[in-house]
Design a protein around this ligand. Sequence first.
Ligand SMILES: Nc1ncnc2c1ncn2[C@@H]1O[C@H](COP(=O)(O)OP(=O)(O)O)[C@@H](O)[C@H]1O
Ligand SMILES: [Mg+2]
Length: 331
Amino acid sequence: MKSKKRMVEVNNLNVKFGEKHVVHDVHFNVNQGEIIGLFGISGAGKTTIVRVLTCQIDKKNWTGNVKVTNLSPAKKSNHSRILSKIGYVPQLELLNLYFDLSPMVNVGIFTSTYGMKKKMAKEVAKKLFKILDIPKDTWNKPVKHMSGGEKKRLSMAIGLIHNPNVLFLDEPTTGVDASKRYDILTYLKKLNQRLNITMFIITHDLEAALICDKAAILKDGRLLEFDTPQNLISSLPSYGLVARFTIENLNEKIIDNIREFKPVQTILRSGNEIIEILMDGFDENISNLIQYMINNKIEIISMSKDIASFRRFFQIRIQKEEEKEANLKLV
Ligand SMILES: Nc1ncnc2c1ncn2[C@@H]1O[C@H](COP(=O)(O)OP(=O)(O)O)[C@@H](O)[C@H]1O
Ligand SMILES: [Mg+2]
């Protein structure tokens, strides 16, 4: 059983760099063992929030009530205690691995900064290397000879070497081969389950939602959503049911025409001839929608029913926010 200990608390967090207000009234809570995905396009404020949590932003730049493992990063005197309880895996392995040294020598260097005993460090390293399938014959050879995926996993092991309560990962799947991205996500889930460790994953890889217990969606420094990916998808019309149509000679005029069918809430174009439609009362209205399309001489090639992915939710939510902003500018 996962315990429900509070690991991170963020209330009314505001961050300013001079006149630039980059994080606005953000609040969320995270319990032990949860995986949190921080999603948002570049510049949304993801890294800035994590930098506050990891004691990297001077208190003069932020206000709010923040606690990490029950300690406030607002107090400089708490920093070393917080840092001993959290781990950080940077986007580039270069930043936390010495490529000319072996994995085991890297472990020695990092653990000595935490005052860990050599024997203990080696034991923990072996355990982590095994969970992460880092091959034994690489342990004592220079890191530079390891594959990209192995380096990434080693970087994760180094972030965990001092047995932290919370692990922060900045873009863990960015720059990784498409075929290896799922591997990384699977390893993160495995670590989370084996170690009951709380994780923050900063990412613009929307597939990462697959392993997240909660997703935070940020835009322009504001938190738009913080909930389970499942709840977010279910908040869409008809709990996220999607009608996907392939339509001959699809164009904007046809899309506008379909939009006039009243129950239709959102139309997304997901291919040259493909649209995805969300609507109210899906089951009652789907046959009427098809009839409406036939009456309007819209040529349906194929149709299928599906549930919206997190990617779709994200797209729709950001689109809605942009429409809201555009309307505000008009008045
Ligand atoms: N030290 C800083 N000084 C001034 N502006 C900054 C600083 N750090 C971040 N910003 C600005 O804050 C905004 C959010 O950045 P960031 O947190 O890095 O976004 P993300 O990680 O979501 O891409 C950006 O507009 C960025 O330019
Ligand atoms: Mg960033």
